[in-house]
Design a protein around this ligand. Structure first.
Ligand SMILES: [Fe+2]
Length: 493
């Protein structure tokens, strides 16, 4: 059957005007399998893999104020091979999802409320939140891994069928954060967690065989809120930014992040399998970075690209309901002002040098991950929409020439984090497609689109129309069919 409604989850959400439960953030409750979808243009024959994106997709009426990063995880998958497309979407069947299904209402209050409002103990760094598994997705060892930014279990799904494979057994007591990183060259997965308990941070590596190879404590000065991790061919780069839960408020169990402009940013560089005492710390200008782009080794230096927030404390958000003003401000990239930035850490002298790469506010970037950990020339960023956590275009950056190109999605059309899908037998770094889902509010539908990176401004080469309009979300990934087959063969051996 070309479009099959597989399941429908009952929602208890009442009609509301919450800015992140309506319009492009309207949650979905139907789960589909679809083939033979309408295609505008032509699906290329020269890619083979899956584009997978998560969505924060709340099922039950929230307890107190709702923040979109707490919604229940839903995964959307588009499999492209031989010029054909197959789409599926599923909720991630987390332990929390099952518990709330059983009782028929929310059991956990969110980030903006006091933990005493939660009905059950929670998970992760915060300790009182629902582990929604709704932040990030990656494919490692032939299986999808879905994760939550405040740390929690790692939920595994089959990347093609979205069959639920349960929680990952190597995940330690403190859980794993979102933004595990796949080293495509070796098949290794880098992960970290953070908590309110000393030493406050752990770092680990899982092999291509899905066995835990390395797990070490890294002592930080106190509870911190790291969001991502970066790596080169031989090193891993962790971060300690001066934006963390206010220690005084934390004593009252109030979790309110605060920026400390007099404390430097710190980056810790450690050999991939290094012991805690091999970490080298570097200081840099105070900021907060949600996402890094790539890192590599160059002579005595480690080079790191990422999005440097010029205003980690956002300015005032106009016209927001007072109870949501802080949330709206922290979700507006035009107030946080993230710019592409390059840090250089000299491993011999211990010195840091840094500079902006350009001026536009962009975030949620990607590269051709075949170049993860080695010098990349090209990067691709999502272009934020003004005022709301939405992306209304995608940009391609050429680090050699300093040029960038922009491809706007059009009025009331919002995309997701882009991912880069290299052509089969690609001959250069930029030889492939930029993939995204787009939600079109005017046509009331969603599409999967591919943009030829070698002809970027020409627009999509194909638009595959999904069986339903899908909610916006945060992160995405592209996994190569070739890598999934290799990983599965390794696991079967
Ligand atoms: Fe993220």
């Amino acid at each position: 059957m070309p479009v099959q409604l597989v399941n429908e989850i009952k929602s208890t959400i009442k009609p509301n005007n919450h800015p992140y439960m309506n319009e492009a953030w309207t949650p979905n409750y139907k789960e589909y399998n679809a083939t033979e979808m309408e295609v505008i243009g032509e699906i290329p024959q020269d890619i083979d893999g899956v584009y997978i994106r998560n969505t924060e997709n709340q099922v039950h009426e929230p307890i107190g104020r709702y923040h979109p990063f707490e919604g229940d995880g839903m995964v959307h998958m588009m499999h492209i091979v031989n010029g054909q497309a197959e789409y599926r979407n599923r909720f991630v069947r987390t332990k929390a999802f099952a518990a709330e299904q059983e009782v028929g209402h929310s059991l956990w209050a969110g980030l903006m409320e006091h933990p005493k409002m939660s009905i059950r103990p929670g998970w992760g760094a915060h300790e009182h939140l629902k582990d929604a598994s709704s932040t990030d997705v990656i494919v490692h060892a032939g299986k999808l891994l879905s994760t939550f930014y405040q740390c929690g279990d790692g939920y595994r799904l089959d990347p093609y069928t979205l069959e639920q494979l349960g929680t990952e057994s190597w995940v330690p007591l403190d859980g794993i954060s979102a933004h595990t990183s796949l080293v495509e060259k070796t098949g290794e997965l880098i992960f970290f967690n953070y908590s309110k308990h000393a030493p406050y941070y752990h770092y680990g590596v899982v092999g291509p065989d899905n066995k835990l190879k390395h797990y070490i404590p890294i002592e930080l000065p106190g509870p911190r809120l790291p969001h991502t991790i970066a790596f080169t061919s031989n090193y891993t780069i962790i971060n300690d930014f001066p934006l963390f839960w206010d220690p005084e408020l934390l004593k009252k169990d109030i979790h309110a992040s605060r920026f400390f402009p007099d404390i430097p940013s710190r980056f810790g560089i450690i050999p991939r399998f290094g012991d805690p005492d091999t970490i080298k710390w570097f200081e840099a200008d105070p900021t907060y970075v949600l996402h890094f782009i790539n890192a590599w080794e160059e002579g005595d230096e480690i080079v790191l690209d990422g999005y440097f927030q010029e205003s980690p404390v956002p300015g005032r958000y106009p016209d927001a309901p007072p109870e949501y003003e802080r949330m709206m401000a922290y979700l507006d990239m035009y107030l946080l002002k993230p710019k592409r930035h390059r840090w250089r850490f000299n491993m011999k002298t211990g010195q840091t040098t840094e500079e902006h790469l350009d001026d536009p506010y962009v975030e949620f970037g990607t590269i051709n991950h075949r170049y993860g950990g080695i010098k990349n020339r090209y990067a691709y960023s999502a272009i934020p929409a003004k005022g709301k956590f939405l992306f209304d275009g995608v940009a391609m950056h050429d680090n050699d020439s300093g040029r960038s190109w922009e491809m706007p999605f059009g009025p009331q059309r919002f995309g997701s984090e882009p991912a880069f899908a290299p052509r089969i037998n690609a001959t250069s770094e930029n030889d492939g497609y930029v993939a995204t889902f787009i939600t079109d509010l005017i046509q009331d539908r969603s599409e999967f689109v591919l943009i030829d990176a070698t002809d970027f401004e020409a627009g999509p080469v194909c638009q595959v129309i999904l069986p339903h309009r899908i909610s916006s979300g945060t992160h995405s990934t592209w996994a190569h069919g070739e890598d999934i087959r290799k990983a599965r063969a390794l696991r079967a051996a």
